[in-house]
Design a protein around this ligand. Sequence first.
Ligand SMILES: Cc1cc2nc3c(=O)[nH]c(=O)nc-3n(C[C@H](O)[C@H](O)[C@H](O)COP(=O)(O)OP(=O)(O)OC[C@H]3O[C@@H](n4cnc5c(N)ncnc54)[C@H](O)[C@@H]3O)c2cc1C
Length: 386
Amino acid sequence: MPISKQNLEIRSQLLSAVRDFVKQEVLPQAAEHDENDTYPTELVNQMAELGLFGMTVPEQYGGLGVDVTTLSMVFEEIAKGWMSLTGPIGSHSMLTWGITQYGTEDQKERWLPDLATGKKRGGLALTEPGGGTDVASMQTRADKDGEQYVVNGTKQFITNGRNGDVFLLLAKTDMNTEPPHKGITGFIAEKGHGFTAGKDFNKLGYRAVDTSELVFQDYRISADEVLGKQEGNGFYQVMDSLETGRINVAARAVGVAQAAFEAAIRYAQQRETFGHPIATRQSIQNMLADMATKIHAARLMTRDAAERKDNGERVDQEAGMAKLYASEICSEVTLDAMRIHGGAGYMKDSPVERYYRDAPLMIIGEGTNEIQRLIIAKNLLKEYEI
Ligand SMILES: Cc1cc2nc3c(=O)[nH]c(=O)nc-3n(C[C@H](O)[C@H](O)[C@H](O)COP(=O)(O)OP(=O)(O)OC[C@H]3O[C@@H](n4cnc5c(N)ncnc54)[C@H](O)[C@@H]3O)c2cc1C
């Protein structure tokens, strides 16, 4: 379905505001926050003022109500400035997506308005020390006790873990169900007695934003907070949220790659060796051409997955392909940008060094690329079964 004129106008205004924000606020501060690993409180608050915590939340609950395609374009713009800043709004948007799609009316009214404005912030609590890929083997359990559940367990590597308030928590409500993922339930869990942040992780890239443990010790949560009041449906609910998550990760990868490319093509025209700019050398030109071609393909794949999602299709295959391709080329392009910069690109005062460190997260996050390949192959074998 083509986007309406009115929504196109909203998209264009939002993108213009985000570009201004990136240029005027993000770019001057990114390197210092990254280097010192300091949480960019002011920038995150400004993103809340722009409405970015409620992008896909329907307007009736106080959000902007934009489509996934617009969301992906915003992620690309922000990542082009500084990928870390996509973290606070990225996992938060998977939480709001889950509530919007699967929450009861009561849950939507209770949670979405404060999440849409960023008054409350949150994310997705899925990964555990025992593993992130093998979701079904999770050990965090929620045992029914009257009208409540008692949760015990530890989640790790959780974006917004320290600064967030509310999480889409996956826990086992039945440890023995076969297949095991049918024993997983989604909860809308707010920090409080028995639910705290544990240790913070020190990261290669994606710095300055919090990635933490979440610890549950006899944490009591009302049965009213079971997402959609559907016990045992958490795995499916989160897989849907992860489709939008993969699209936003693909968009982040496109943004970082684009920033690296632009830095490289500028530098190639400024840097002279043997009396000529290095941009006159065919080997450098080949690199630039390949970089731009890969970015173009990755962007088209990301937009295609987002548009399909907006049309109501299941896009595990297309979102997986976009995330896989965009993240792999992001790592290649950021390395090529460093090659073009020579030694200068290896130094801390070059943004290219940060792009290179930020790129691998997109290979790992929202399901590793090995898992994307498994999903893609499974779908292909079903489609082409003989
Ligand atoms: C900075 C950061 C932020 C994160 N934020 C969040 C968050 O907000 N919420 C959240 O829940 N999680 C988050 N994660 C966790 C992330 O989703 C997991 O790290 C990821 O899913 C991989 O899980 P793992 O680290 O346990 O690796 P493992 O599952 O142990 O995998 C290790 C390796 O084995 C491969 N592998 C595993 N199983 C198979 C298989 N069957 N076939 C082939 N290869 C396989 C993997 O691809 C990988 O290469 C974050 C991670 C990072 C690094």
